[in-house]
Design a protein around this ligand. Structure first.
Ligand code: PXL
Length: 288
């Protein structure tokens, strides 16, 4: 008899070999949260697609459903499913099918519509990917777009930082209408020059925010760190407010360390040295 089994999260995402994001962030952060991370790679790339040139892309779309079918045949139970970047819009159909196969009663589904930042789509992506994410989001309990992605999904103009409260309210309302229980918008800049996350719990109608002082520029992969931590914390049963704060602290700490170390931005954030403090905070919140 298994006593107090570990929670298990399926991470359906790409594997970019260099430039910490997607699965190379999901796996360590989810594990550090005390949750088993089962990886379903949708695409293998030599690097992510920002700044790097000449990267290789191996589309694994044809393996997504067979991998999920195998897990379903084995009867592997999943407490959560988290999905993010898609290399093309066609992957949405396979990912949706995989979600149906893996989702049980009470499985938390998190969709990070990772497709754009700073007002523009990532390389190789355009409106078809937005439409595909709109479809996937209808199956999600929680979504974690940044402001650019939120605006694309909501069909609103992108507002460069700082965003007005009125704009952010409209953004949250438009995204809530797409169906998720929790809308957590990241890379929100407020009038006080702080950056962070603004979340709406559509059940209670309450909004919560976790803000920290902003560093100049953007930090590649920080959204993946946030989504990985938030998903795993929620799967472990953390209340939304504490999960937002704990995930936000990990992101903030990772960014600070990246700046202190002077690491190249496109290599991703230095979450590694932030993990010990994160693990201590997770233990204080949820135990071992
Ligand atoms: O972090 C988002 C992301 C994930 N995966 C790939 C990417 C990006 C952003 O550019 O290129 C392959």
């Amino acid at each position: 008899m298994e006593k107090n089994p570990l929670k298990r999260l399926a991470a359906i995402n790409d594997l970019s070999g260099v430039g910490k994001c997607s699965l190379t962030v999901m796996l360590p952060v989810v594990s550090a949260t005390g949750v088993e991370c089962s990886c379903l790679p949708t695409t293998v790339l030599s690097t992510h697609t920002c700044v790097f040139q000449g990267y290789t892309v191996r589309d694994l779309s044809q393996d997504i459903v067979p991998m999920a079918e195998h897990w379903a045949r084995e009867g592997v139970p999943f407490d959560g499913i988290v999905t993010g970047y898609m290399a093309n819009a066609g992957q949405a159909e396979q990912i949706a099918r995989a979600m149906e196969l893996l989702r049980g009663e009470g499985t938390l589904v998190v969709v990070d519509p990772a497709m754009a930042d700073n007002g523009a789509y990532y390389s190789m992506l355009g409106d078809p990917i937005r439409d595909a994410f709109r479809d996937l989001i209808r199956r999600a309990d929680v979504i974690t777009p940044n402001v650019t992605e939120a605006a694309l999904l909501a069909g609103m103009e992108y507002m460069a930082p700082p965003q007005s409260e009125e704009y952010l309210r409209r953004l949250l309302a438009a995204l809530a209408a797409l169906g998720p229980r929790v809308v957590a918008v990241t890379s929100v800049y407020d009038q006080a020059g702080q950056v962070g996350c603004l979340a709406l719990d559509t059940g209670s109608g309450k909004t919560r925010r976790y803000m920290h002082p902003a560093y100049e520029g953007s930090f590649h992969g920080s959204g993946d760190v946030f989504t990985a931590a938030l998903s795993a914390l929620l799967v472990r049963g953390a209340p939304l407010e504490a999960a937002l704060e704990t995930a936000g602290e990990l992101v903030c700490d990772s960014i600070r360390r990246t700046v202190d170390r002077g690491s190249p931005r496109h290599y991703g954030v230095d979450f590694e040295s932030a993990l010990p403090d994160y693990i201590r905070r997770v233990e204080a919140l949820l135990g071992r």
